[in-house]
Design a binder for this molecule. Sequence first.
Ligand code: DX5
Ligand code: ZN
Length: 221
Amino acid sequence: CSKALVAPSLLSCDFSKLAIESNEILEKGADWLHVDVMDFHFVPNLTIGPCVVKSLRPHTKGFLDCHLMVENPEKYVTPFADAGADLFNFHLEACPSEESILALISRVRKETTMKVGITIKPKTPASAISDSILSAVDMVLVMTVEPGFGGQSFMRDMLPKVAKLRKRRPDLMIQVDGGVSPETAYACGKAGANVAVAGSAVFKAKDRKLAVETIKKEIQR
Ligand code: DX5
Ligand code: ZN
């Protein structure tokens, strides 16, 4: 598959310096900025919403990869498009049916310029993503921790799902998120992932540039 990307999760940065941290990490080699949106309903945590994305937007050219861990993702399309998000990635588990997922994907495409992604939690099998969904999205995210918090341990047993999806759609962007680090990125890449989200492994590193570079090298090794 195509060149690998590293998307540091801003959840682990210093929120009081959001724009500075964002641009610094891009200078250090990050490809995207991963924005974790949590609503205290879909996951037991509350983070940032469209207002924060809107205030960050004029301060960075970075690609804003928005991961929506929320109920009723359809309510977020217009707010995130207006805020300047580049990718609208929502959870399969937050939707009642395949039809509703397909409808949401076409709505994002019709009404906005955002790319679209679909995410599955650890307990959701790769087969829950139908062929129609798989061919309609730009990216699939396979969670490698239970969503809700940064700093958890990587679930290696999620990688067979990545391999199955890669086989079904060789040209797809496949993202992994949760516990991804210089140590675990190689296995992710080997399974077929080409977009690595990493929060603590990047922002808590002594040398952030080295962390970004190593994760990128390992995932495409
Ligand atoms: C978890 C979030 C992740 C998280 C990753 O719910 O979706 O993006 O911030 O953090 P680390 O890399 O520390 O596991
Ligand atoms: Zn995330």
